[in-house]
Design a binder for this molecule. Sequence first.
Ligand code: 13P
Length: 333
Amino acid sequence: MHEKALIDTAKALVADGKGILAADESTGTIKKRLDGIGVESTEATRQAYRNLLFTTEGSEDFISGVILFEETLFQKADDGTLFSKLLADKGVIPGIKVDKGAKPLAGSPEEMITEGLDGLRDRLKEYADAGARFAKWRAVIDITDERPTDYCIGVNANALARYAALCQEAGIVPIVEPEVLMDGENTLERCEQVTDRVLDAVFTELKQQQILLEGMLLKPNMVISGKKCGQQADVAQVADATLRCLRRRVPAAVPGIVFLSGGQSDEVATAHLNAMNKRGPHAWKLSFSYGRALQAPALDAWRGKPENIEAAQKAYFKRARNNSAAARGEYSA
Ligand code: 13P
């Protein structure tokens, strides 16, 4: 029933040279980020930080949408405008993180299951009324020699598809995010094998639950060596392995794939995206939905001081511009 609106929004989110800013850190995660720059996390400092990002002049040329945390969706900018309206007025689509975080999985407690389905239908109505046109749900999959189990992959894939179905019913584009973590000792090959299993399960569930593929986006990890692996794959190897995995598992009907950065340094995340787009054209748009890789230099420049806002905005603008170039395969360091 919302078919056309879903397709139009999904396409707009991956318009040429544009990607998404993930600014939806939960209260716990943003506290960690603010602690890192010596700023106490309060409603006021969180508002000040997000105000800085969203009012960066010219960022709308590179950023199609922003994922917000619930608190931010209902918060106002310094000039009294609701953040959702401020963004929409600049042509930036407001989105909302709707999952309630990853919790230990019963029966396999070292693995995680993402919660938040109870009451989601009603919450989505409220978010849509507040201006949100797309949403995000993140599943977290860890790699060890024995894990992930098929059980963990299966329940997370099922939840992602249930979330996606509820979003589409509400006219909200679901970003489906199954994140295979990059923290382990695993090789690139092992990451490819696990990412392949995960994407296979996710698209099987999406099909079973009748998701309109044209009206969603996939937000995957790149296929990458674990951080603690002695042998780190280079940019070309990451680009080739990631593309091989996506081509095998992601139907061409999906309009866009927007990567998470997952702890890669900001410049490496840009280089990887650029290398993949240089190998195009592809069946889907390949762009970014970065959190840390867009924000880290801005946070560092800001440090909670009003006199640093300009420098922080410059740093954010630069990351957005470079990733926009990478989304076109036109970035050079
Ligand atoms: P990172 O790019 O920092 O991984 O964050 C993206 C995101 O939204 C994770 O859910």
